[in-house]
Write a protein that binds this ligand. Structure first.
Ligand SMILES: CC(C)=CCC/C(C)=C/CC/C(C)=C/CC/C(C)=C/CC/C(C)=C/CC/C(C)=C/CC/C(C)=C/COP(=O)(O)OP(=O)(O)O
Ligand SMILES: O=P(O)(O)OC[C@@H](O)CO
Ligand SMILES: [Mg+2]
Length: 232
């Protein structure tokens, strides 16, 4: 499925973490809508190339979520570019992006590039520390970022990122109610089929990451849990 507006579930694989061929096969053949390759640190070109080649044995769509310029390579179906809307440092909002587009803009295939408006809400996660994200936000602050993502910047994706921590359902619900055309990704702390199902009622796309490496069987169960619920 190459239209993110039809996705319900994605697995996020971290190039900096090891995964066996058997586990990778189960993940890629699970029925998930996509594999997102991304992580905050330790993402090198070598590790990205290795993981991409292994995922490419399967037909599942595969996106590279760019976290640094050095690890970008051709061969993915999509390139997801995060912009951290609640960062206190402009480098993570438009700074690195400006440098990249100045240098490579003429040769970039914009058809395969999707910008993700991130709002990072777990103050203890690596991405929050790296980007100096202001995580002390009230619901209306977060809803404001969602509205900016859609109405001001026309972004295809708004990503509520709780990486490592299960999020606040009330916030996810309010953000979903605010968005009309932008796709809402929810990611963070999903460690059971029940949690996946709960968030699938609220968000468009549920992203499952760390549990892949901690409890593969449970990770696989999140796919069926999410797929049985229609997107609103
Ligand atoms: C050759 C070719 C095909 C070219 C393609 C052209 C192309 C795509 C060019 C890129 C253009 C561009 C605009 C690039 C932007 C450059 C850039 C570096 C932007 C900054 C991105 C950013 C804000 C990164 C910050 C960190 C972040 C939000 C990462 C996202 C992933 C994430 C949150 C992972 C979760 O954390 P994790 O590491 O899993 O944590 P744990 O290990 O604790 O679980
Ligand atoms: O690793 P977890 O906590 O599942 O989060 C998934 C994803 O949102 C991380 O970027
Ligand atoms: Mg992770």
């Amino acid at each position: 499925m190459y239209d993110i507006r039809e996705w319900r579930h994605a697995f996020k694989l971290d190039p900096d973490k090891e995964i066996s061929d058997e586990a990778l096969e189960e993940i890629c053949e699970s029925g998930t809508d996509a594999i997102i390759v991304g992580g905050t640190d330790g993402v090198t070109l070598e590790k990205v190339l290795d993981l991409m080649a292994r995922v490419r044995r399967y037909t599942v769509p595969c996106a590279l979520e760019v976290s640094n310029m050095e690890a970008i390579t051709p061969g993915f179906d999509f390139y997801f570019i995060p912009t951290v809307l609640n960062s206190r440092d402009p480098k993570w909002i438009t700074g690195l992006h400006h440098e990249a587009v100045k240098e490579f803009g003429e040769i970039m295939n914009w058809e395969e590039i999707l910008v993700e408006g991130y709002c990072i809400l777990n103050e203890d996660c690596k991405a929050a520390t790296l980007t100096d994200a202001n995580t002390k936000l009230a619901k209306d602050d977060i809803v404001g970022y969602a509205m900016m993502a859609e109405k001001m910047f026309n972004l295809p994706i708004f990503y509520l990122e709780y990486s490592g921590k299960y999020g606040d359902k009330d916030i996810v619900k309010s953000v979903k109610q605010t968005l009309e055309s932008t796709t809402l990704f929810y990611g963070g702390g999903i460690r059971s089929a029940e949690q996946a199902e709960e968030m699938a009622f609220l968000a468009d796309v549920i992203v499952v990451g760390n549990v892949i490496y901690e409890d593969l069987k449970t990770a696989l169960k999140t796919v069926t849990a999410v797929k049985k619920i229609n997107r609103k």
